[in-house]
Design a protein around this ligand. Structure first.
Ligand SMILES: [Ca+2]
Length: 367
């Protein structure tokens, strides 16, 4: 991640467009959360990492998340020029977990043959991922949500495979879903249907994290990693949000529906100009993405209220970020995976309530 630092904790800033490792920078911050407290002998800070799926910044992906911006970004810091290591779910998530670039952890794409949650990954990089370090420091660790795209599949160790370092494990089998999915709950299969109250995945992640906080041991710090499906397809919003943003359309500025005749072969593939059916699809997808994020915004608010009620808010770092960006209509219609800046950029925000957020050494987040 390369970045210009902004927000309450900002002391210096630097403009740079050089993509570097968001994952490494995030790990540095996470590690510092632990190490800063070690010499004093006091209980280390708690850490919460919320990882959205395909949430862009260049299309205004944070716009619907007013509570998250106020409660985390405005109360802490926003990294306004941040880049993921690669714009694809599984390699990016593997980097976040290990701090390694894809050429080192060797997860090349979202398939098993591309090393996504493969046995090679499980025996190698996953056995050295950062939750193991936190667990050794007596952190109570909790995961809920989408892990890696091939996680839980039969050829990837099935649901019985629980990565090391996690005390509580509620991981989605496969790729993002909102209903009708399967979880591995501490290595046991748990199937879900389509009842909003029982099954809506973003809310289930929130509710289970609240239970974990109720059951935790107050003597030790905790680490929560919450990985909601939003705003990834199939873009299924909660019932109360399905009519929101009904006049919003995908942005028409920048490279929207521009011909790519003189560009890379990939950019030359879409039909140009786009037919009305494509434009309608993109506008619909854009609205639905924002609608799904409203439940994530609720998640952030609910969590912070919970932290306040259990008197842990003043000792908790909260990080919010995405595994990769996205685009709708900018030369490539709708996909997350190319190396154009819209797909690489997310906008991480973090907060440590009660103390200044630690600034990076030179105001950037270069790895
Ligand atoms: Ca993703």
């Amino acid at each position: 991640m390369a970045g210009q630092w902004s927000g309450a904790g900002a002391t210096r800033s630097r403009q740079t467009g050089r993509p570097a490792a968001a994952a490494l920078a995030l790990l540095t911050l996470l590690t510092c959360c632990v190490r800063c407290a070690e010499p004093t002998g006091i209980k280390p800070s708690n850490i919460i990492l919320i990882l959205a799926d395909d949430q862009d910044v260049e299309l205004g992906g944070m716009t619907p998340m007013k509570k998250t911006k106020a409660l985390i970004g405005d109360a802490g810091a926003t990294f306004v020029n941040a880049f993921t290591v690669t714009p694809l779910c599984c390699p990016s998530r593997s980097s976040i977990l290990t701090g390694q670039y894809p050429h080192n952890h060797e997860v090349r794409n979202n398939s098993l043959s591309g090393n996504c949650s493969s046995s090679l990954w499980q025996k190698g990089p996953e056995s050295e991922a950062f939750p193991i370090y936190l667990n050794k420091q007596k952190y109570q660790t909790f995961f809920a949500g989408k892990y890696l795209n091939q996680y839980g599949k039969k050829d990837g160790g099935d649901v019985s495979h629980v990565p090391p370092g996690w005390d509580q494990w509620h991981a989605l089998v496969g790729n993002s879903q909102y209903y009708n999915y399967t979880l591995s709950v501490n290595g046991k299969e748990e199937k879900h249907g389509d009842s909003y109250e029982k099954d809506y995945f973003t809310d289930l992640i929130t509710n289970r994290s609240l239970h974990f906080l109720d059951d935790r041991s107050p003597q030790h710090p905790f680490f929560l990693m919450l990985s909601p499906p939003a705003p990834h397809s199939p873009w299924t919003a909660a019932p109360q949000y399905q009519k929101e943003f009904n006049t919003v359309k995908a942005p028409r500025d920048g490279s929207f529906d521009k011909p790519g005749k003189d560009k890379h072969w990939l950019l030359r593939q879409p039909v140009n100009p786009m037919p009305n059916s494509s434009l309608n699809f993109l506008d619909d997808a854009f609205r639905k993405r924002w609608q799904t994020l409203l439940s994530v915004d609720d998640m952030v608010e609910t969590l912070l209220k919970k932290l306040e009620s259990i008197k842990e808010l003043n000792n908790t770092y909260i990080f919010y970020t995405s595994d990769n960006g996205y685009h709708t209509g900018s030369s490539l219609k709708h996909r997350p995976c190319s190396h154009h800046s819209g797909h690489l950029r997310g906008q991480p925000v973090c907060r440590e309530h009660g103390r200044p957020v630690l600034p990076p050494p030179d105001g950037s987040l270069s790895a």
